[in-house]
Ligand binder design. Structure first.
Ligand code: HEM
Ligand code: HEM
Length: 232
């Protein structure tokens, strides 16, 4: 791990200086290692897209008219289901991306915090999946035919009238609260890192910032600093 960390610091602080000191092969190897230690643009885009959609989805769910047996879904419900299925598609893609592009937890954190944050992240994935799937099962059990954003017909799950689907669908309400609770803890942790511990955890999920590096004898250079793993 110290070797990795040195690699990152070197690779991050002044790419041009490093090229002079090491050969290209070593540089490439270090950059590849460094990449696995941070979230890339795709992971960040997925993260913030899902956040934005959830910000719309919760109020939409709360303010749409209550559902009664035999009722047909109105416009608000069609939007709710459309946003929900979009979230489901994004979280599946994001999970696939995450599994194929693993990211190490921030090594600046004590082992227990690394463990807890990993557990919370996997729980968030699980709860988003559970919330969206229970919603979809609920809608399918009612035999609703929904058009995604009033355009594309949404396939329903083969659960119309099933008793099991009916009871699973009822879990939608519980799942959405459980998800909200875990999101609360996750956001509180992110805020604590930003405003109390003042480390660079938040930076791991934000766009990379270009920084001017001044090296004696060389022209100032704009480089993109990768978020550090060790709190620097
Ligand atoms: C993560 C995504 C989702 C969130 C956060 C969410 C949230 C909510 C919320 C807050 C409610 C109101 C429940 C209440 O008043 O207690 C609700 C109801 C509902 N949602 Fe979702 N939803 C999501 C995804 C979906 C999906 C994908 C579908 C269907 C394909 C769906 C179908 C429904 C239905 C049918 C209701 C009314 C029945 C009920 O109250 O349980 N939802 N949702
Ligand atoms: C304002 C709200 C949010 C902030 C400030 C925030 C911040 C962050 C930060 C800083 C990380 C990186 C943590 C690390 O490197 O250890 C992260 C990761 C993550 N966040 Fe959020 N987050 C927010 C909302 C959400 C929401 C609503 C979800 C719900 C799905 C979510 C799901 C995740 C997941 C699953 C990861 C782990 C990514 C991975 O390892 O694949 N976040 N978030």
């Amino acid at each position: 791990m110290p070797l990795l960390q040195t690699g990152i610091r070197n690779a991050c602080s002044a790419n041009r200086c490093l090229t002079r000191r090491t050969n290209t092969k070593q540089l490439k190897a270090r950059i590849i290692m460094a990449k696995q230690l941070h979230y890339g643009t795709t992971a960040k885009v997925f993260h913030w897209l899902v956040v934005a959609l959830l910000v719309v989805q919760y109020p939409l769910g709360k303010f749409m008219p209550d559902i009664h047996r035999g009722m047909k879904p109105g416009d608000a419900m069609t939007f709710h289901i459309s946003f929900g299925i979009t979230i489901l598609a994004l979280i599946v893609l994001r999970l696939l991306w995450r599994i194929t592009h693993p990211v190490a937890p921030a090594s600046s954190l004590p082992a227990w915090q690394q463990l807890v944050s990993e557990a919370v992240h996997w729980l968030l994935y699980g709860l988003v999946l559970a919330t969206t799937m229970t919603g979809w099962i609920f809608a399918s059990e009612r035999g609703w035919s929904i058009r995604l954003f009033f355009a594309i017909p949404l396939p329903t799950l083969p659960t119309e009238g099933s008793l099991l689907a009916n009871s699973i669908g009822k879990w939608h309400g519980t799942m959405e609260w459980a998800l909200l609770l875990v999101i609360g803890a996750h956001v509180a942790a992110a805020m604590a890192h930003t405003f109390i511990f003042r480390d660079r955890i938040m930076q791991r999920m934000l766009p990379e910032k270009p920084t001017v590096v001044r090296t004696k004898g060389l022209k100032p250079e704009v480089v993109v600093m990768k978020p550090a793993q060790d709190g620097v």
